[in-house]
Write a protein that binds this ligand. Sequence first.
Ligand SMILES: Cc1cn([C@H]2C[C@H](O)[C@@H](COP(=O)(O)OP(=O)(O)OP(=O)(O)O)O2)c(=O)[nH]c1=O
Length: 197
Amino acid sequence: MKSLILASQSPRRRELLSQLGFQFSCCPANIDESELPDETPAQYVERLAGEKAQYIANNQIDSAIVLGSDTCVVYQDKILGKPDNQQQCLEYLTLLSGNNHQVLTAIAVVQGRLIKSQVISTTVTFKSLSENEMLNYWRSGEPQDKAGGYGIQGLGGQFVTQINGSYSAVVGLPLYETAQLLAEFGLLTALQQPVNK
Ligand SMILES: Cc1cn([C@H]2C[C@H](O)[C@@H](COP(=O)(O)OP(=O)(O)OP(=O)(O)O)O2)c(=O)[nH]c1=O
């Protein structure tokens, strides 16, 4: 029986992976998340997802399958990570207000020396936000641990007028692509199992 490890501390990723019906354990991967010079946002998230998975895989004695993921918000080629403070969050929300942005989520699966990864891009449109709304939102406590300073699955959902792509990828783990990638490592969801007719 192959064991699956989610290289994450995120309760959202844990919940999403549970939706696929897998048994797995969670290990947070503490890696340096600084950007490298000349790296595109897609290269950045793909590298971090791979490093998170590899960090955990390197500490395994057996050949466990390790899934890592990373999400960032991109506005006009600028990466918006988790806001450090109120001022940065208001800056991010001001950029997102009334505009389209991309949410990039990368997933990486590692087993021994084999690594496969993928980047999923989703376009999200925000309504125009008032200063009051932004301040109240910051005070709700929701933006603090989220890329771009918002959570589509929470209070922040009321800012979103349109989404083109994968909702689960915006929340942190794309369900369709994760099921496909894990299947390449022989981990099938209950729905992917062959049926005896
Ligand atoms: C845009 C957006 C991001 N997010 C979250 C997803 C990610 O958890 C987080 C981005 O930070 P990440 O660094 O991708 O992940 P993390 O630190 O939460 O967890 P780990 O590295 O241990 O896997 O922002 C939402 O929950 N909702 C949203 O709408």
